[in-house]
Write a new protein. Structure first.
Length: 162
């Protein structure tokens, strides 16, 4: 092979058959749409997710919130620090476990959450409108199955069907 020349490597699974590529493409499009929708509310998708789950789970710990949002605890701590610096959340020591901070929305946080949620819901409804009720149900079922299958460790996965 000369300089500037590349040899195509044949893989065992063409890119057009990789489900993960389609899932990633949809996730990226969702994040792009939600970031644009949430910008006027002054929050990112990660901050909105934290506010949403805090609204539903007042007093939750940062670790539990990280699990709900699908991010690492250090990432969640960065998100929470930013929200706290803006006065959108408050963190107080747990009554019994002093090393655990309970996190709650402030009044300002609840107002930002309400605005951001209305914007995010518009994105969700616009996409949902592109599907029939049956298609939405099927898509939710298939994506749930995908997530469950991706959660299986490779050594316990079944061999591909031929």
């Amino acid at each position: 092979m000369g300089v500037g020349r590349y040899h195509a490597v044949m893989t065992s699974l063409p890119s057009t058959e990789r489900i993960g590529s389609y899932v990633k493409r949809a996730e990226q499009a969702l994040n792009t749409a939600k970031n644009a929708a949430l910008k006027p509310a002054g929050v990112t998708v990660a901050q909105y997710a934290a506010l949403l789950f805090l609204d539903e789970n007042p007093g939750i710990s940062a670790a539990a919130l990280a699990r709900l949002c699908g991010v690492t605890p250090p990432t969640m701590n960065t998100v929470l620090t930013n929200l706290q610096d803006r006065g959108l959340i408050e963190r107080t020591p747990h009554a019994w476990h002093k090393n655990i901070l309970e996190t709650r929305l402030t009044e300002d946080g609840a107002a930002v959450m309400k605005d951001a949620d209305a914007r995010a819901v518009r994105v969700e409804r616009a996409v949902a409108a592109g599907f029939t009720d049956a298609e939405r149900a099927t898509l939710q079922e298939l994506l749930t199955r995908c997530a469950d299958l991706y959660s299986v460790r490779p050594e316990t996965a079944t061999a591909p069907k031929k």
